[in-house]
Design a protein around this ligand. Sequence first.
Ligand code: BTN
Length: 264
Amino acid sequence: MLSKENIIKNINTKVLGRNVEYMYETDSTNEQIKRMASEGMDGLLVVADAQNKGKGRLGRNWDSPHGDNIYMSFLIKENISPAKAPMITIIAAMAVLEAVKKYIDEVYIKWPNDIVVNGKKICGILTEMKTKSEVTEYVVVGIGINVNTKSFADDIKDKATSLYIETGKIADRAEITGRVMNAFEKYFEIFMREGSLRLLVDEYNNNLININRRVEVQENGSKYTATALGIDENGELLIRPDGDENVKKVMSGEVSVRGVYGYV
Ligand code: BTN
């Protein structure tokens, strides 16, 4: 059962997730944590059973009904260069991957931060930040994981899946939430010590579904095809555009990447 007590039981971090706020329903856990950010402690974790205004990337909605899924956001009150914020999203993807690997083997990352199973999306991550004098005052990492949803509406069922749909088993949302926090803190410490993703690049690329595959890159309204080669220590994707000898770096936020034949 998803409850504050059960979430706390599954967290064994030093800072992140030491304070937990559980809500039966909120508009968006990202919005909720932003409202709490000035008084909230570093590492504050907000988890809701449902969101009535769940936010996805690019201004999209994130459907967030009661009872089945994880909607979680946590607060990082470190002063980081805003240019490094995309790396936090990369780390969050690695943390979710590690958390759900316990339940399913064939799970991958789609650059930069979607988690995919069977060619469909099982998790989305939305990172937001507030900056003050050239550094972040805080970063909010919002994670939505499709855990026990039994089916999706016709318009998204080809693109979205859940752990339940893929395994036929109900999974414990509190346990997965704890596993995400534990893994995130582990990766985040490495990132903060190093100041880059240098020590995490290999692990990320080993789990990247796009690696050595052809992708369609959308950039400034134009599209071209390329082969994805993996990320570098800044989280940028290295690609070799078709018909070009040179390797090019692309940044999340500036381009979107999908498979040549579909989502992956
Ligand atoms: C995406 O579009 O892929 C990102 C989806 C992010 C959804 C999560 S659910 C918890 C947090 N609160 C929100 O309103 N959005 C994020």
